[in-house]
Design a protein around this ligand. Structure first.
Ligand code: NOJ
Length: 514
């Protein structure tokens, strides 16, 4: 079962490069996160996920780890991160670090050792074929770069050799089974990294590419699941309140493999993508059929058809995490206006499970068209500096403009925290209200039941959370559901009229009824 503190938790994802720079070098740092903890708390977020902040050549924004136990000097030193854990805990905020177990940087010492011709402790830490021209079609292999005769498998970009957790169905002599001592050694090495950070005060991990550790796995990913169940056993015995959220997006598998939470990620055509990103990526001239686009006349069933099956199958074992966005996805503001975002977030923050808010989405930061940075490619546009106020570099950094990690949004009307704090109708204040409401009402938190009451195309979408009834109408037309709902409104955006046997919602509105 999931860590108990997740019952009433809302996460805030921080891309540390771009959050707050306190030493004027143009890049965010741990001290910056510490200075903004009160802001994060004021939003109603009580947990953080910090993207990889470890020593790295940053060919993939830190997802290419060179030393798992040392933080990247550009963010501060290990002690600064330990202090961040302490300061967060003082405010009731938990902290998840980003664990990248599937690969390291090609500059990691383990990999350097494994490239050597002479056999050593690390020779099998990565997946190596046994001859310089040998490779198989199912994985990408690199040859010609090492003293050792063999090619090594990649897990993602060229800079990210795959760690060796073994093959469920080995087909070549050099493909090791998952219980081979060298594959177990890889697993133990990752446990050792986890213990290191948990002992220093972190509360768990967001786990990168959690579903692909074991190669030649079966459809049910039993090999990878076995590895995670073994890691979970260690957590249960030594750190029972440590939480893990998977980048897997197959909750029926991930939550049975020992995860507390699994992200419902944006994959083109899946249920989640139909909510806020139903357009051809990077071409917003194309038609946007997203449910939360006011003129799309969208259909919530495209989401529900997938979600409800997953929810029913997993509700007693763990949580599906809905998110506003993450560092890999176009910001929702790419096509949605702030009024549309208010309704979308109202929905996301009243769903079961544990929601995640991506930094800057609370003010509707834009997706910027930018050249690639640190292997970001199209993702770079969602990773720009946080917009705190109208001052220099929008309050992100005192450094000179040219030194900034990425440029800030230069639009006249670039949204900022300071301005939105003063405007009671701002997106920021709506986010605060929604998160407050979620913390006040147990029925809006992770565990209360979810049930669809009305998902008809021309009516508002109406659902139950525990004893509360919630209705959403993202469209620009008034909509009525033929339903008898008794009770009083406890929160609304726009107008909702509770009739005898009908519920009418004005255009772009949302209501919670008790
Ligand atoms: C998923 C991460 O979210 C992404 O940013 C990264 O590039 C890949 N995994 C590889 O680690």
């Amino acid at each position: 079962m999931a860590a108990t503190w997740l019952k009433d938790t809302v996460f805030y994802e921080i891309y540390p490069q771009s959050f707050y720079d306190t030493n004027g070098d143009g890049i965010g740092d741990f001290n910056g996160i510490i200075e903004k903890l009160d802001y994060i708390k004021s939003l109603g977020c009580n947990a953080l996920w910090i993207n990889p902040c470890f020593d790295s050549p940053f060919a993939d924004a830190g997802y290419d780890v060179r030393d798992y136990k040392k933080v990247a000097p550009r963010y501060g030193c290990n002690n600064d991160l330990y202090r961040l854990f302490g300061e967060a805990h003082k405010r009731g905020i938990k902290v998840l670090l980003d664990l990248v177990p599937g690969h390291t940087s090609e500059e990691h010492e383990w990999f350097r050792q494994s490239q050597k011709a002479e056999k050593n402790e690390y020779s099998n830490r990565y997946i190596w074929s046994d001859f310089c021209f040998q490779r198989t079609a199912d994985l990408n292999y690199i040859g010609g770069e090492s003293e050792r005769s063999g090619t090594y498998a990649l897990n993602f970009f060229k800079c990210q050799p795959a760690l060796n957790y073994g093959f469920l169905n080995p087909e070549e002599p050099w493909q090791l089974p998952i219980d081979h001592p060298d594959c177990i050694a890889t697993r133990e090495a990752i446990k050792d990294v986890m213990r290191f950070w948990l002992d220093h005060g972190c509360d768990g991990f967001r786990v990168d590419m959690a579903g692909s550790l074991v190669k030649h796995d079966d459809e049910k990913q039993t090999g990878t699941s076995a590895v995670w169940l073994d890691i979970r056993k260690m957590l249960d015995e030594e750190y029972p309140e440590a939480a893990m959220v998977a980048e897997w997006s197959r909750p029926s598998i991930a939550l049975r493999a020992g995860y507390d939470m699994d992200f419902y990620l944006n994959h083109p055509g899946n249920g989640y993508s139909t909510l806020m990103r139903d357009y051809f990526v990077n071409d917003k001239e194309k038609e946007d059929n997203s449910f939360f686009k006011k003129d799309s006349d969208g259909d919530i069933n495209r989401f529900l058809d997938e979600y409800v099956k997953w929810y029913e199958d997993t509700k007693d074992i763990g949580y599906i995490s809905m998110l506003t966005c993450n560092h890999d996805t176009n910001r929702p503001r790419y096509t949605l206006e702030p009024d549309e975002l208010k309704i979308a977030y109202a929905f996301i923050f009243t769903m079961p499970g544990v929601p995640f808010l991506y930094y800057g989405d609370e003010i509707g930061m834009r997706y910027l068209e930018l050249p690639t940075k640190e292997g970001g490619y199209y993702r770079t546009g969602s990773r720009t500096p946080m917009q705190w106020n109208k001052g220099k570099n929008l309050g992100f950094s005192e450094g000179c403009k040219d030194s900034l990690y990425l440029p800030v949004d230069e639009a006249e009307d670039a949204p900022t925290v300071e301005e939105q704090e003063k405007d009671k109708d701002s997106l920021l204040n709506v986010v605060k209200e929604l998160l407050n409401l979620r913390h006040r009402e147990e029925d809006l938190q992770a565990d209360a039941d979810f049930k669809v009451l009305c998902a008809e195309k021309n009516a508002p979408f109406v659902y139950k959370r525990g004893s509360l009834t919630i209705a959403v109408n993202p469209s620009d037309k008034e909509k009525t559901a033929a339903l008898t709902v008794k009770g009083e409104k406890i929160y609304s955006l726009g107008n909702a009229e509770i009739g005898e046997d009908k519920l009418t919602l004005s255009s772009q509105s949302f209501v919670v009824i008790r």
